[in-house]
Design a protein around this ligand. Structure first.
Ligand SMILES: Nc1ncnc2c1ncn2[C@@H]1O[C@H](COP(=O)(O)OP(=O)(O)OP(=O)(O)O)[C@@H](O)[C@H]1O
Ligand SMILES: O=C(O)C1=C[C@@H](O)[C@@H](O)[C@H](O)C1
Ligand SMILES: [Mg+2]
Length: 180
């Protein structure tokens, strides 16, 4: 399949929602760039996320995250961006994404995320399922406020989520299908 993307699409959602997986597959179909904000931050600072949390704390990490988002949004070219799970903790991040493109919330709670994520050590804020579920419930209104669209991913495989997002983007004129 070949498609053309007209506007940058930001994926938000809790850890393990499938943001990176879906963004990569869509970028391949549209022959455009796919940016993972977590990878971008790690490359910018040449440190892993746990190292950044240890050295600069969560506040330091959040500052890097806003800086990275600003850079990504300023590039002003259509692409897919998968965000870190906590991007909605700052209202200014939501404003940066909305100004540049459209925001899709991939809904997955922490219990669902826990079944999908194998390496929880690389995620300092996913210590155990009970704590993570509490964090998810605190964040849910923020994900919903920050997004333009929401796709439920619970009990759906990544292929199904991909097709639902693709249909949505086509219906909204954000993607044009060139070849089926
Ligand atoms: N809908 C799905 N059903 C089952 N497994 C999935 C689904 N989507 C992604 N996965 C798998 O779950 C794991 C996490 O997916 P992914 O890295 O895309 O999530 P993420 O939202 O980017 O997470 P994080 O916020 O931690 O970066 C991967 O192993 C991926 O293959
Ligand atoms: O949910 C969160 O707050 C985070 C999710 C990850 O993607 C990373 O951005 C980091 O571990 C913080
Ligand atoms: Mg990811």
């Amino acid at each position: 399949m070949k498609a053309k993307l007209n506007k940058t699409v930001y994926f938000i959602g809790f850890m393990g929602a499938g943001k990176t997986t879906v963004a990569r597959r869509l970028a391949k179909a549209c022959s455009c760039e796919c940016i993972d904000v977590d990878f971008y931050i790690q490359r910018m600072h040449d440190k892993t996320i746990p190292e950044i949390f240890e050295e600069f704390g969560e506040k330091g990490f959040r500052n890097f995250e806003t800086e990275a988002l600003e850079e990504i949004a300023n590039a002003n070219k259509p692409r897919f961006v998968s965000c870190g799970g906590g991007v909605i903790t700052r209202d200014e991040n939501a404003a940066i994404m909305k100004k540049d493109g459209i925001v899709i919330h991939l809904y997955s709670d922490a219990k669902n995320g826990a079944r999908r994520i194998s390496n929880k050590d690389s995620r300092p804020l996913f210590k155990n399922v009970r704590q993570a579920q509490k964090l998810f419930l605190e964040r849910l209104p923020k994900y919903r406020k920050a997004c333009d669209y929401e796709i439920i991913t619970t009990r759906k495989n990544s292929g199904r989520v991909y097709h639902e997002v693709l249909d949505l983007l086509e219906d909204e004129g954000i993607i044009e299908i060139i070849e089926k």
